[in-house]
Design a protein around this ligand. Sequence first.
Ligand code: HEM
Length: 440
Amino acid sequence: MPGKIAPGPRGHLLLGSLPAARRDPIKLFMESFRDYGEVVRFRFGPMVAHLVSSPSGVNQILAENNKNYGKQTRGYASLRYVLGNGLLTSEGEFWKRQRRIAQPAFHRQRIAGFGQAMARAAAEAAASFEARRGQVIDVAEEMMRLTLRIVGETLLGYDPSDAAGEVGPALAFLLTMVNQRTSRLVFFGRPLLPTPENFRIRRSLATLDAIVQRIIAERRKAPGDDLLSMLMEATDEVTGEKMDDRQLRDEAMTIFLAGHETTSNALTWTFLLLARYPAALRELRAELLQVLGNRDPTPADLPRLRFTKMVVEESMRLYPPAWMIARSVSQADEIGGYQIPAGSIVFVSPYVVHRHPGVWQDPEGFDPHRFAAEKPRGAYFPFGGGPRMCIGNGFATMEAELVLATIARRVRFELQPGHRVVPDPSITLRPRYGMKMRVS
Ligand code: HEM
């Protein structure tokens, strides 16, 4: 095999870096990058894995040589248990077909049509915050509710506000479980044994399934111009077949999960950063006043809200909701002069690369203006890259900008003194104890 063996921590005799990864994966990755460099070799029990943190290495894995880097990882195996075989988790020809069918729903013009619903939902949320001036709210919870509603209305043709109480906790619980399992030594990928925990996992999944089945049944009766209705209508060019209920369920579940929790986290971290950086908040409000005057934004305003856009970009640099992306290696490769063996795992972490001191000046500082300039390829990838890049990229960006502009124009959030802000690297990067903030 060409190349050298990459340096890395020795870790525990048997478990390697597994205990450290379970305790605090961000710390493990950040310290390993600092101590060993752009390619770090880990042992996780019997498995070999590499953390690759050079922009060129990221580009090699996600784009240039993407065919060599699949989704046969523990994390994706666990996600498959919840999401089935949808756009996010499937591979090969099947994925290609699903992506082809779904793509039109995410075209720019189509998304602009969704903008109305986004703006309306954001305005209602802003009004509800105005009504709670002086009170302490959990911004993380509020953003979760808002983004769930937006995804429900626009992509699933459904107002999930009545079911949101069930969906949120069930999904959150499943995600945490799924995440914890991936770092155990013995890994099944699905809950096999009759333990209380496994019982709860199955029950949460059943709750979600019931909601999704209900939505599918409703859309079958009354199709709309949402993504789910499009998927129902779509026929395979080759066989002429339509998606069955099982496939629709997997895609709807994928959209539920991929489409709300990520955007919600991006917004929550943005409000935290704006509370911590008053100069940026002042500049943001000045732009909103200048462009919008005394009204709420519409999708047509977004091209002129340039600072707003940079605030969201900079926030996703420091707190990328998808903080880590894992791939399985098909054939041996070489990255940055180091061996990447067949059958091993590679990680690329937006959280780490977005703090690469060779790419970013003052990496820990919040400075939206740095996004006035282009970034090198592979240096900034909150939405991943290559063919498996996030299909909801444009949707999420527009949603985050509209929601931020609508809310920041009307209210300000201050972090509740004493509230502990701890990034929790679950599947997505979220605040472990929520985000308790005072409305003013
Ligand atoms: C700020 C918000 C979002 C972030 C940071 C984000 C991030 C990502 C990332 C990093 C990937 C690639 C995963 C990988 O390569 O392993 C991805 C894929 C995906 N995302 Fe997003 N996402 C966001 C919002 C959305 C929204 C709103 C949707 C709406 C449906 C969505 C749907 C998807 C789907 C379906 C995939 C799989 C695409 C494929 O493989 O063909 N995401 N996302």
